[in-house]
Design a protein around this ligand. Structure first.
Ligand code: FRU
Length: 325
């Protein structure tokens, strides 16, 4: 082909490609009119994330997991809000997301009761809501993602029964008992130890917070001169209890069990010999983004997604732990 014809053909092909792509990068054609509608996957969806607090490593990890998963999908824009452990602030955040017209909300609520209404109202206003980790009351939300806290609590109980050969005095440091993981980790644990000689001699609500756990453990140590085990509903709680026992010179007297198993927190504590066991509580951040994409694409999603867990103990931590059956 003569080179002049080749140039003309190339120009035609370029023009055709340009028109097919919508003419201009802003979507309007050469005539100034809007070009063909953007592909459905080119629409940008805003997802509001309402995090109950960002002070704890586990929640920082959840937000990081959400952000990393969302980055893979340019059609998602995620906006994070931190309620700083204040349920009124978190209620306001949900309402703000609805008035701002976000396309979907992911919430990890501080407590069940106070966040139930705002979540239900968002759904009623047409904004789908994925509830992550801690639940709300009833079923007026789009979907829930979380691990089985009752199962984890029961597994912790059974593990301690075995570890203490069926008998011993236990301190239970509970997570916020107005949140569902606290309730379930408690009832599951009690079920796990029910048929054994393990006795809970001291229990307190440390609200998921390490300083509170340490204070409560100081009281337990002052009141009881023999403690065989501490079961804390999360790793920060177990670590706080360990520090209290250590400063009383009694940390070798007892076994410490926690929940969360973040690599740089609970698993590291097990490797360092601070905790005897920790149970993984996955953040669900990645799964929440996967589900958000489905909902935004108009697909059906299950009402409840239950995530798995793993046990990390001194015996198996080097091998990567083992799954809960
Ligand atoms: C963080 C945390 C975790 C715990 C989860 C339960 O705020 O306390 O340690 O596993 O919340 O919702």
């Amino acid at each position: 082909m003569p080179s002049r014809n080749r140039t003309a053909l190339a120009a035609i092909l370029l023009l055709a490609g340009w028109l097919a792509a919508g003419g201009c990068t802003d979507g309007s054609g050469p005539s100034g009119q809007r070009g063909p509608a953007a592909e459905p996957d080119q629409k940008v969806y805003t997802v509001g994330i309402s995090q109950c607090n960002r002070n704890e490593p586990w929640r920082v990890q959840m937000d990081a997991d959400i952000e990393a998963a969302a980055k893979e999908h340019p059609q998602l824009k995620v906006v994070f809000k931190d309620a700083q452990n204040d349920e009124l602030r978190q209620r306001a955040h949900v309402e703000e997301f609805v008035s701002a017209g976000v396309d979907l909300i992911i919430i990890s609520p501080k407590e069940a009761a106070p966040l139930t209404e705002p979540v239900a109202q968002a759904v009623a206003a047409g904004v789908p809501v994925i509830v992550l980790d801690r639940a709300v009351l009833g079923d007026r939300y789009t979907a829930f993602i979380g691990a089985d806290n009752k199962k984890i609590g029961k597994a912790a109980g059974l593990w301690l029964v075995k570890k203490l050969s069926g008998k011993g005095k236990v301190v239970e440091l509970k997570g916020l008992m107005t949140s569902t993981p606290g309730q379930d980790r408690h009832s599951g644990f009690r079920e796990g130890i029910a048929a054994s000689g393990l006795e809970v001699i001291f229990q307190a609500d440390m609200k998921w917070l390490e300083p509170d756990a340490r204070k409560e453990m100081d009281s337990a140590l002052a009141r009881f001169d023999r403690i065989d085990a501490v079961y804390a509903h999360n790793d920060p709680g177990a670590h706080g209890a360990y520090l209290a026992a250590q400063s009383a010179g009694r940390e070798t007297e007892m076994v410490f069990v926690g929940i969360d198993a973040l690599p740089h927190e609970g698993i590291a504590y097990v490797k360092q010999g601070i905790l005897d066991a920790t149970f993984q509580y996955p953040t669900g951040g990645k799964e929440a983004i996967g589900m958000a994409l489905k909902i935004l694409a108009g697909e059906e999603v299950p009402k409840k997604v239950v995530l798995g867990s793993r046990l990390f103990s001194k015996d198996n931590v080097a091998a990567g732990g083992e799954p809960l059956e």
